[in-house]
Design a protein. Structure first.
Length: 188
């Protein structure tokens, strides 16, 4: 009886293994669908870097105000850092490299102390000058066509101890933002 079961099992296994043959003919083609309408642009919740350029003067009370666009969503818990284009340097190959500094930044001038500072909400950023002297005595190099970068860092990134907010390159790497991805705005 055991021999019959063994023979039967061997026969079944042999049949199962030998059931492979050539592939069958392909099935009928499917129907092509119609392209749908493009949806609305989404909101960036992954963090972003914006660049603004503006001038401080008496008309704007030595303050630059920037409202975040609808394409960038900022939550109350997010971190907002503002950097000023402080200088440029030569990289040794004839290319210029920007030097960015995290605000606030203080300058010691002949007139006294000047500080570039900022505050923000989840709707906007206000960059302003503070001093212990009359701001109308400032030279155009301190007020005109100043360039700032605003980095919006989601709260979950801000909880890592490895983040160095003073280094704009580290923030851009964290957010995976490249120079070509930065939105540049000139304010009136």
């Amino acid at each position: 009886m055991k021999k019959i079961g063994l023979i039967f099992s061997t026969l079944v296994v042999a049949l199962m293994i030998s059931c492979e043959g050539p592939a069958g003919p392909p099935g009928p083609p499917g129907f092509d669908g119609l392209d749908g309408l493009d949806g609305q642009d989404g909101i960036n919740i992954l963090g972003t870097v914006l660049e603004i350029e503006g001038t401080f003067d008496a008309a704007n009370e030595y303050s630059i105000f920037y409202e975040f666009p609808n394409t960038v969503e900022v939550f109350e818990s997010d971190l907002v850092f503002v950097y000023i284009l402080w200088d440029e340097t030569d990289d040794g190959n004839g290319e210029f490299v920007d030097i960015w500094r995290l605000l606030p930044q203080t300058r010691i001038l002949n007139q006294g102390l000047l500080q570039y500072n900022y505050d923000h909400t989840f709707f906007d950023v206000s960059i302003f000058l503070e001093s212990d002297f009359d701001l109308s005595t400032l030279m155009p190099g301190d007020t005109d066509n100043q360039v700032f970068r605003i980095a919006i860092v989601p709260a979950e990134y801000g909880q890592t101890s490895r983040m160095d907010p003073s280094n704009i390159d580290a923030i851009m790497n964290l957010l995976q933002v490249e120079e070509k991805d930065i939105t540049r705005i000139t304010l009136d």
